[in-house]
Write a protein that binds this ligand. Structure first.
Ligand code: C5P
Length: 301
């Protein structure tokens, strides 16, 4: 019988999330600059008679264990394509905030795909794994690839971009925000306005490559932020508390409600995290660096 396989997979933050008008298929064209950060989930695939999912971690009770879980869907799609039964137990060690705008669900989909591929000895070509990721969700291909990348289309068409090291603090809010609801609010706020084609600014890409946190702080932007703030006005207090505590810049991460703060170094990260926790404007904080590697199988043992 095959040995269990564990895959570690990072969370992401978007340093530029440019959103275009709604497309006929309901999705939005994006220019989405992803950075993988050093907050990880681990997904273990073990032989089993059928498909089951379990989860541990501080927010495990908020994670669906049915087919609504992208890890389960990844196993099903891979098995179907390969003409086998999805006989696997998936265990998720959940450290990435749930429904937080950090692609935690997408991360588990990418990790489960890689873990099942290894468990079942399929050796699926990388391009095919990326196709399955895109079928699972717009952010899932990036969870597989990691590092730093520009995502176009609905975010699934990836071009790697150079990135220096940056330090981050994440403020985790109480409760999640639904990504479709945030995009709907974006559409509502955009009604009657001309939405330009989404673009990643050259200044942001230069700042990212240079590793200069002041330059990156000046160019961070998220077009979904007004929509997230409209649905969750108290996030403005969290953003203000982070910048007051010495962050170089703060923004809503993806569709939120996690907020991300760019800081100068590890010492500043610890100070800003402590101040945010003391401010009472968030549930908890996490400190991380970018870029981080994409989904990776851990050595056995
Ligand atoms: O691709 P994913 O399943 O993660 O997307 C979740 C939802 O977010 C979509 O159903 C859609 O409402 C919204 N979305 C969007 N445009 C994108 C990505 C996501 O409108 N580029």
């Amino acid at each position: 019988m095959s040995r269990p396989v564990t895959v570690r997979v990072p969370a992401k933050v978007n340093v530029r999330l440019a959103v275009g008008a709604a497309r006929p298929d309901g999705f939005h064209d994006l220019a989405n600059v992803f950075l993988a950060v050093s907050l990880y989930d681990e997904v273990t695939a073990a032989p089993a008679d059928g498909l089951t999912v379990t989860c541990e971690g501080p927010d495990a009770d908020q994670v669906p264990l049915d087919r609504g879980n992208l890890a389960a869907r990844a196993a099903e799609i891979l098995a179907k394509r390969s003409g086998i039964l999805p006989a696997v137990h998936l265990h998720i060690d959940k450290r990435i905030p749930v429904a937080g705008g950090m692609a935690g669900g997408s991360a588990d989909g990418a990790a489960a795909l890689l873990a099942c591929d290894a468990l079942w000895g399929l050796d699926t070509p990388r391009a095919e794994l990326l196709d399955i990721c895109a079928e699972l969700g717009s952010d899932v291909p990036f969870s597989l690839v990691g590092g730093a990348a520009l995502g176009t289309g609905r975010g699934e068409i990836l071009t790697p971009v150079p990135a220096g090291t940056f330090h981050w603090v994440f403020a985790v809010a109480d409760g999640g925000l639904s990504t479709p609801a945030v995009f709907r609010e974006f559409d509502r706020l955009a009604e009657g306005r001309d939405i330009p084609a989404p673009e990643a600014s050259p200044a942001l890409l230069d700042a990212l490559a240079s590793g200069d946190p002041d330059a990156l702080a000046a160019t961070l932007a998220n077009d979904l932020q007004p929509a997230a703030l409209s649905l969750r006005p108290r996030l403005a207090d969290t953003l203000a508390a982070g910048t007051r505590a010495g962050a170089l810049a703060g923004l809503v991460s993806g569709s939120g409600p996690t907020t991300a703060f760019l800081v100068r170094d590890a010492e500043s990260a610890a100070r800003v995290a402590a101040a945010l926790e003391a401010s009472g404007t968030c549930r908890t904080t996490r400190v991380a660096t970018s870029p981080a590697p994409g989904a990776t199988a851990l050595p056995e043992g």
